[in-house]
Design a protein around this ligand. Structure first.
Ligand code: MG
Ligand code: ZN
Length: 370
């Protein structure tokens, strides 16, 4: 009797093994990725071209977190009035999708204000954040919040922060808020009245901060620009963590948009100082690694890493080894070479290919479903 049905039992056994193998694992890591990301983290390495990345990688033992990004693209960085962009026009292209003239923030070629992705995110109820290793009113972060035709109008840019409800910002530039020359206002105090928790490097260190997510958050890391990493600045990793802990809690319903800038890769290029570039590149990559870790666990976060332009015409010359780079520079300004784009998470595939810098904006909007 049993022998008669044995082939049937064998088949049943094989079929159920197959069913078990096909049952999808529970971990969100392996589920089909959601169509739209809830959160977008845009990471801008100012002045970060391919040589800056190469140098950072070699001097970091031939490895970077950037290597684990599955999608890579290239963007054309030129501005509205110059083949060589500056950081203001470059960041305006990312923030608002328009090519404008060098020096302009959040306005088009006719100096008409253009809406930024951060403002769009705010309107749609996402939590928003800006963070930099420069002053927070410096060109790159400013392009996401300010609408002024002149990037060095730092006190005017600080005023633009008052017109928004940005949830989180962190960077240098305390004096443009608290010790202003052009008017008698104290924006530090005004921010508190507006419902912000405000603090700064003189008051408490970042590691002492107890996050209170019921209030908006502003922290100033320096009076003007923070020092280079080689002179002791070390907050980017900790601050990035603070930002996503904060925004993740605040954006529980709708998600968040966060821009993180590694600002001083550019300044190493302007100084034609290879060690400065390398240390800033490695500092930025460490924060990239931390954001990747968050995105992998979260499963609903799109990370885009790119530069606004290359700085220095930086080259790694013959005779170099991985430990000892013989650097060359063609200029102390910016250059016009193509800039790589790295993407991870839901919507990352949109960033493959070859496109204008303004497409970073439209691709982020498309990914978010805006
Ligand atoms: Mg910058
Ligand atoms: Zn520059």
């Amino acid at each position: 009797m049993i022998a008669k049905y044995l082939p049937f039992f064998v088949l049943l056994f094989l079929w159920s093994c197959n069913q078990m193998a096909q049952t999808p694992p529970r971990s969100s890591e392996h589920n089909a990725p959601p169509k739209h990301p809830r959160n977008v983290i845009l990471m801008i390495g100012d002045g970060m071209g391919l040589t800056q990345i190469s140098a950072g990688m070699y001097r970091n033992g031939n490895k970077l977190h950037l290597e684990s990004f599955p999608v890579i693209g290239l963007h054309k960085a030129y501005s509205g009035d110059n083949l060589i962009t500056d950081s203001a026009a470059g960041a305006t292209a990312f923030a608002s999708g328009v090519k404008t003239f060098n020096g302009a923030l959040g306005v088009n070629m006719d100096t008409v204000p253009v809406r930024t992705i951060l403002e769009e995110a705010e309107t749609r109820g996402l939590a928003t954040g800006l963070m930099s290793t420069a002053s927070i009113v410096h060109a790159t972060p400013a392009a996401f919040i300010a609408h002024v035709p002149y990037r060095e109008a730092y006190e005017a840019i600080a005023l633009e922060f008052m017109k928004t409800d940005i949830d989180f910002f962190l960077g240098g530039g305390l004096k443009y808020f608290a010790r202003r020359q052009t008017d008698q206002r104290n924006l530090y105090v005004e921010l508190q009245k507006k419902g912000y928790y405000t603090s700064d490097y003189l008051r408490e260190s970042l590691s002492e901060i107890k996050l209170n997510t019921s209030k908006n958050f502003a922290y100033f890391t320096a009076e003007e620009d923070p020092p280079p990493a080689i002179k002791g600045r070390n907050y980017l990793l900790l601050a990035s963590h603070l930002a996503i802990d904060f925004l993740h809690a605040r954006g529980r319903d709708k998600g968040f948009f966060l821009m993180i800038e590694g600002a001083q890769i550019d300044w190493g290029g302007h100084d034609n100082n290879s060690d400065y570039i390398v240390s800033e590149m490695i500092d930025f990559d460490r924060a990239i690694g931390e954001m990747l870790k968050f995105a992998r666990e979260d499963g609903e976060t799109l990370i885009i890493v790119t530069g606004d332009h290359e700085t220095g015409g930086y080259a790694i010359n013959p005779g170099s080894t991985m430990d000892t780079l013989i650097a060359g520079f063609t200029t102390d300004g910016h250059t016009a070479s193509l800039i790589p784009v790295f993407a991870y998470g839901p919507g990352a595939e949109l960033f493959a290919g070859f496109y204008e810098n303004t497409a970073i904006y439209s691709k982020m909007k498309q990914a978010l479903g805006f």
